[in-house]
Design a protein around this ligand. Structure first.
Ligand code: NAP
Length: 301
């Protein structure tokens, strides 16, 4: 019997289970889900329904019968891997990013390269899926937060905790739609569990669009209560960031990021709602979104 007709109950192969979204995905697994084979470059003890394989996307070879694949790690490396692999599971669900839209015209060359590589990876996956009869779903989350492992809002909160103030340019009013990590994991699981696959490319925004400075204020209220948001003129903020760079500091705020602070990055969640039942929550982070310390195995590399 070939893999397509034998996919019922066959294992799910998961890349990125050790990551931010992967942790939420692992927590949401149900006893009725098929067993998972999780690939990580680090060693992990076996978990409930999860067998870990220590390997990277560069060298992993699958020898098991696989019903579906979830890619919760880098999309371009996953496209490389799927092209090389002979697997043809019934469905593949892969996380991309709305950066494919938002960074396409960035003044930052590195960000334009990222957007292009995401777009190219999506196309390559579509080609493989088409050739092998795989139902491919690509989900593009916006800014992900929720378990303290993000590299965006948690960084703002860390600055505010340390200095008790967070300077932001007064121009930081562009709309954002942060999406909770559990809502992203739920969308991936819905695509895997639905009796019929839901192929397509879907933007996956959060349930609320709010200006960047309001988003930052709510994050501070949850993670650094009492810290103040200080609005400075846009030119002064940009000048300060450039000075930090000239002095050898690494503020991690590129020209693209600074430009986008005033731009609306708003994506249509309608198709994901209609096809996947994705009904994400609004942005109301609690203390759990910004824990004081993240467990060692949960630290960002
Ligand atoms: N974070 C966001 O705000 C955001 C927004 C939009 C889209 N996304 C996308 O969503 C996905 C998940 O994001 P995340 O924040 O959960 O990522 P993350 O926390 O950085 O986790 C990345 C995961 O990818 C795995 N990985 C990385 N390189 C690998 C390799 N060469 N071989 C095997 N596994 C590899 C890591 O596993 P090991 O280190 O254990 O090997 C880890 O589990 C990514 O595709 C990201 O681009 C994220």
């Amino acid at each position: 019997m070939d893999q397509k007709t034998n996919s019922e109950g066959a294992a799910w192969l998961v890349f990125g289970l050790s990551g931010q979204v992967g942790a939420a995905f692992a927590q949401a697994l149900a006893p009725t889900d098929p067993p998972c084979i999780a690939v990580s470059r680090q060693p992990h003890p076996a978990g409930r329904g999860v067998r870990w394989v220590q390997a990277g996307l560069e060298d992993f070879q699958c020898v098991d019968a696989i019903g579906a694949i979830a890619s919760l790690g880098p999309l371009d490396a996953f496209a490389d891997w799927l092209e090389r692999s002979p697997l043809a599971p019934a469905r593949v669900v892969a996380l991309g990013s709305t950066s494919v839209h938002g960074k396409r015209d960035s003044p930052d060359a590195g960000e334009r390269v990222l957007a292009m590589s995401l777009r190219t990876a999506e196309r390559r996956l579509a080609t493989v899926a088409g050739a092998r009869g795989i139902a491919l779903t690509v989900l593009r989350p916006t800014l992900v937060y929720g378990n303290g492992r993000d590299r965006n809002l948690s960084r703002l909160v860390a600055v505010a905790r340390r200095w008790r103030v967070l300077p932001l340019p007064s121009t930081a009013r562009g709309l954002r739609q942060p999406v909770h990590v559990e809502d992203v994991a739920a969308a991936v699981l819905a695509c895997l569990r639905e009796p019929r696959p839901r192929p397509g490319f879907f933007d996956l925004p959060g349930g609320e669009a709010l200006p960047f400075d309001q988003m930052a204020a709510r994050a501070l209220a949850a993670g650094a209560p009492g810290a103040r948001l200080v609005r400075v003129p846009g030119w002064a903020f940009r000048f300060g960031v450039r000075c930090l760079r000239w002095l050898g500091g690494r503020p991690g705020l590129g020209e693209g990021f600074l430009d986008r602070l005033g731009q609306d990055l708003v994506y249509d969640g309608g198709p994901a709602r209609a096809s996947l039942g994705h009904v994400p929550r609004g942005f109301r982070p609690g203390v759990e979104a910004f824990p004081a310390r993240v467990a060692p195995q949960h630290r960002e590399a």
